[in-house]
Design a protein around this ligand. Structure first.
Ligand SMILES: Nc1ncnc2c1ncn2[C@@H]1O[C@H](COP(=O)(O)OP(=O)(O)O)[C@@H](O)[C@H]1O
Ligand SMILES: [Mg+2]
Length: 228
């Protein structure tokens, strides 16, 4: 699933003040690519991921994902599109606290309209992230790293072509940061387009391409030589 961000601007208005979070960003990500969005805090990384995942719309410009101009959909259309097409992973995991790991994964499959034996498929995704034996635990019974791995299982459970992760490792220790990055790499190897943000260059190195944002603009781009 390719992503095309064309001259995108995003202004947040709060009362009498406004912030230009993105100022003319153009970015293309081809299907199956593994891309890191880097840059200092406040540079617009999260904003860009919200626009790519159609959580929000730009003030100006166009966002197209796999041929759908998501920036022109209304809110209802965007959430319907998102549930089926985007696996999202956030800093704070955002698991539903009253559901077990297994139920969290099954719930997002239900929302995506997937039919069939959800339980056994959800278990396979938990197995993929190494948590099958903890399937019946609630989020509070899991470590931060484990919760994020459940969130990864959930993100891929409805078979999205694109996975968008906003600072997925921000609140993890180094060992878990690396584990999460390895899993994102495995997700990418399963054929999914993966876009993640980070301000950590060691983690950005996992991606095959790094796009650097500064003050809401693309300030540079770099490819790694990793054989793929
Ligand atoms: N909902 C919002 N309302 C107002 N300003 C916001 C909002 N979200 C982000 N901003 C501002 O937009 C700029 C970019 O923020 P963000 O996209 O979160 O950057 P990053 O993720 O790189 O830290 C910052 O100046 C931030 O304060
Ligand atoms: Mg951010």
């Amino acid at each position: 699933m390719s992503v095309r961000v064309l001259d995108v601007w995003k202004e947040y208005v709060m009362g009498t003040t406004s912030t230009l979070a993105l100022r003319g960003v153009t970015l293309e990500v081809r299907a199956g690519e593994f891309v890191a969005i880097t840059g200092p805090s406040g540079s617009g990384k999260s904003t860009l991921t919200y626009l790519i995942s159609a959580l929000d719309v730009p003030t100006k410009g166009k966002v197209e994902v796999d041929g759908t101009v998501v920036s022109e959909l209304n809110e209802g259309q965007r959430s319907a599109w998102r549930r089926r097409n985007v696996g999202m992973i956030f800093q704070f995991f955002h698991l539903l606290p009253t559901l077990t790991a297994l139920e969290n994964v099954m719930f997002s499959m239900e929302l995506a309209g997937i039919r069939g034996d959800l339980r056994s498929r959800a278990l396979e995704f938990l197995d993929f992230v190494g948590l099958r034996e903890k399937a019946n635990r609630f989020p509070f019974e899991l470590s931060g790293g484990e919760q994020q791995r459940v969130a990864i299982a959930r993100a891929i459970s409805m078979d999205p072509k694109i996975v968008v992760a906003d600072e997925p490792t921000a609140f993890l220790d180094r060992e878990n940061k690396l584990k999460v990055m390895e899993l994102l790499r495995k997700v990418n190897e399963r054929g999914k387009t993966v876009i993640f943000t980070t301000h950590d260059l060691e983690l950005a190195a996992f991606a095959e391409r790094r796009v650097r944002l500064v003050d809401g603009q693309v300030a540079g781009e770099e490819r790694s030589g990793r054989a793929r």
